[in-house]
Design a protein around this ligand. Structure first.
Ligand SMILES: *Cc1c(COP(=O)(O)O)cnc(C)c1O
Ligand SMILES: [Zn+2]
Length: 475
């Protein structure tokens, strides 16, 4: 039974409903229910809308008018500014901490590294979000829905950024208590420190992310805790707006490529949904191509799509190669292992949605190793604001696709930098350090042999002339 307040919310949110992504099932459920999969077939859920009754603007540039309403928190938010394209919540229920004030930067130095013509590479800095990663785009949407459902507690399993984001929203809005599940020893201090500092109940499981994910689902069900992992379809609605802001920054011109790191595959899924809806509304006249980049040490999507030919196939995904692949991982005791901890995931929960996005966006999947990731990361850092290792997989992937000729030098490419540089300073310092022991310990075990673009600190005696010499010599 819904309370009176919840019934009121239900009346306002009747534009939206939840729908099974499998077109052969397409079961629907009301917005005012908490679920992470289809009751009937077990597949993932989308948020769908009765668009005929929604107030979708006639053209994308109509959203520019929203900027003049910046003193309204809902319009200040880089997510809720696009409320008309994710209308599942009444305005009064919207949770925001001012997320989505992110930047698209033309990066010519990085373009040179990737092999693109000047002016053709753009970096979308999602690390500029309040908790330092793109996760805030989705978390404000999930916490909004949790609030509509009057949830008292919200939980997630996390490689770090989801938990940092959930912890921030719960502490900043005082709406509910955050319960986060992390694996042991994997999470970077930048991310762990956020969860602890923001006061989240932090449960450290003896296992890795994939283990924590299985547990959190069990616990959420058993204790009735609201689950905000990216199996939560509301989160992905918020993440659609990353693409809206990219288009906005490009003066509503559609780029040729969107390149994004792939972990649990929520982002890539959300991007596919964003573009397919924009196209359906007639707000864009073509859809960019998508490249999802795995780390080689966590390359399930790459294996399945590029090696086993797994496809969305209009919703008829052949499950056999997927089951076989999962079984072989179990048999071999295969564990995800990459310096890019945010994408260190072997069982991506949004696999089927990502397959759909790959179909909608004529996408490709590639894998890059940790050496390629860290070299690319150093280029991003040298060219501007920097990013965490997982984010740089996008730039390394763009470089790879350029070298294969899949991306042309004249293509307009947007790489999504998913997390802030300061999330994982250990990896950065180890890369640039001349301390070989630190390098070996942090990176050597991951197959990284050289810091090809290291910017080493210059050791110098505490003596004026020696310091002057050192500066003259190195500049
Ligand atoms: C979560 C995360 C990813 C992976 O995104 P998915 O949506 O899970 O594929 C990549 N980079 C960073 C920094 C992240 O926090
Ligand atoms: Zn179903």
């Amino acid at each position: 039974m819904l309370s009176t307040a919840a019934q009121h919310n239900a009346a306002q949110s009747d534009l939206a409903f939840q729908r099974c992504i499998n077109p052969n099932c397409a079961a629907t459920y009301e917005t005012m229910s908490i679920r992470t999969s289809c009751d009937r077939c077990g597949d993932l859920l989308d948020i769908a809308y009765d668009w005929d009754r929604a107030a979708v603007p006639g053209q994308l540039s109509d959203f520019e008018a929203m900027w003049s309403q910046r003193n309204n928190p809902v319009r200040f938010s880089g997510v809720w500014r696009f409320h008309e394209l994710l209308p599942f919540a009444p305005q009064s229920k919207i949770v925001t901490v001012g997320e989505g004030q992110t930047l698209l930067q033309q990066a010519d130095e990085v373009a040179k590294y990737v092999g693109l013509n000047p002016g053709q590479l753009h970096l979308q800095y999602e690390g500029m979000n309040p908790s330092g990663s793109f996760k805030d785009n989705g978390m404000c949407a999930a916490v909004t829905h949790a609030g509509m459902m009057e949830a008292q507690r919200a939980a997630c399993a996390s490689t770090g950024n989801t938990s940092a984001s959930l912890a921030l929203y719960c502490s900043a809005t005082r709406a509910m208590k955050a319960v986060i599940f992390i694996g042991s020893g994997k999470i970077s201090y930048g991310k762990l420190s956020q969860a602890l500092d923001y006061g989240a109940l932090t449960v450290q499981i003896a296992g890795d992310f994939d283990d924590a994910m299985i547990r959190v689902k069990e616990i959420a069900k058993k204790l009735g805790i609201y689950l905000v992992n990216s199996v939560n379809p509301f989160r992905l609605e918020g993440q659609k707006t990353i693409m809206f802001r990219v288009l906005e920054a490009l003066r509503w011109e559609v780029p040729d490529w969107i390149v994004v790191p792939g972990g649990n595959l929520g982002n890539s899924s959300a991007f596919g949904k964003a573009f397919s809806e924009l196209y359906q509304h007639g707000l864009i006249d073509r859809i960019p191509r998508l490249a999802v980049i795995n780390a080689r040490g966590a390359n399930t999507l790459h294996e399945l799509v590029q090696k086993h030919g797994v496809k969305w196939n209009g919703g008829n995904v052949s499950m056999e190669p997927i089951t076989q692949y999962n079984e072989s991982m179990d048999r071999d005791g295969k564990r995800a292992d990459t310096i890019a901890s945010a994408i260190e995931i072997n069982r991506p929960v949004n696999l089927n949605k990502c397959l759909r996005a790959l179909e909608v966006m004529d996408g490709v999947v590639r894998e890059v190793d940790d050496q390629q990731i860290l070299d690319a990361k150093s280029q991003v850092g040298a060219g501007g604001f920097g990013c965490e290792p997982a984010s740089a997989a996008s730039v390394a992937g763009a470089k790879l696709l350029r070298s294969e000729g899949v991306i042309a030098p004249s293509d307009r490419v947007v790489c999504i930098l998913t997390g802030h540089e300061l999330k994982d300073p250990t990896a950065t310092v180890a890369y640039h350090s001349s301390d070989r022991e630190l390098f070996e310990k942090t990176l050597g075990s991951r197959g990284v042999t050289e810091a090809n673009y290291a910017n080493r600190a210059v050791p110098v005696a505490n003596e004026l002339s020696a310091i002057i010499d050192a500066i003259e010599q190195h500049s």
